[in-house]
Design a protein around this ligand. Sequence first.
Ligand code: KQY
Length: 373
Amino acid sequence: MKILRDTTPSQDGFHMPAEFEPHEGCIMIFPERADSWQYGAYAARRAFARVAEAISRSEKVTVCASAAQYDNARVLLPEAVRVVEMESDDAWARDYAPTFVRNAAGVLRGIDWGFNAWGGLYDGLYFPWDKDDRMARKLCDLLERDVYDKRDFILEGGSIHVDGEGTCLVTETCLLSRGRNPQMTREQIEDTLKEYLGVSTVIWLPCGIYNDETNGHVDNICAFVAPGEVVLAWTEDEEDVQYPMSRACLEILERARDARGRSITVHKLPLPAPVRITEEECRGLDSCRDEPTRTPGERLAASYVNFYIANGAVVMPGFQDPADQQAKEILQRLFPTREVVQIYARDILIGGGNIHCITQQIPAALAEARDPR
Ligand code: KQY
């Protein structure tokens, strides 16, 4: 594996493909951390296993597990899933597995962004995070892909969504947050995204989902379902604190043009009724640096937008909410060639994210493509 420091993906003719394009596989990480996942992550591991199983029906899934959890992961996960021993601090593959870029010949390379646990010592969620930060590079080595070193720029995979045709969606609350790249202007951040993701248009949504502890990752509020088409997390309840947030995003999307000059079609995806963590669930969480990680009654950032698009399926969360079925039907209509699989995801949500946050796609490379470097 070569570490590329002298050129950028854009200069080399690489760009990030959309998630709805064909995949070689998917990366996940087995959960273990007792201040993220209630009761020692027992239920979270089973929920992750159900997600891995659903994805593995149509693409190769690789799950990274600690030495302590390797045997358990191997037993719990289907045979078709590859389990590798790799250390991490937590289980958010979307945020610190590599972002992959591809060129016209089908060669695949990774990007190793800097990771600081969603805000470092300013407003990050745990310390240390160095094992997470090393994963992108280790995974590129494992997958035999050269990797761009961009560790001087803090970015999580959940904070970007691309259409594969030159457009990237982000949120201002996250990308401009003080805990990430405070020395950079908005223009410099946008230029970095263009250079590394191979995009020419960045659409800045103002915010994400209420109480999302990532400073509002875009992948919880808005996602491309096709070029020129997005789903947006939506509520009709004007009293809900989420209403003005989703409305502000809608207004930007309605005025936006993508890289090809198209207007954006917005499909509203209903939100579930507010999901709150219970006292019993909080009792099952360890504290983090002397502080409880959650407070009973706290609203969790539940959203159906946090789905994963696999080759043959869309794997989406369910919350045992009356809106589960409606959200599933909307996604099934938008993805007619894939089976929409809904997985009860409360045990993932308690950790602070959902199915998109715990998965990272590896785009399909051309089998015969060789990296010329
Ligand atoms: O991408 C995410 N949504 C990660 C959230 C991290 C929460 C840590 N408890």
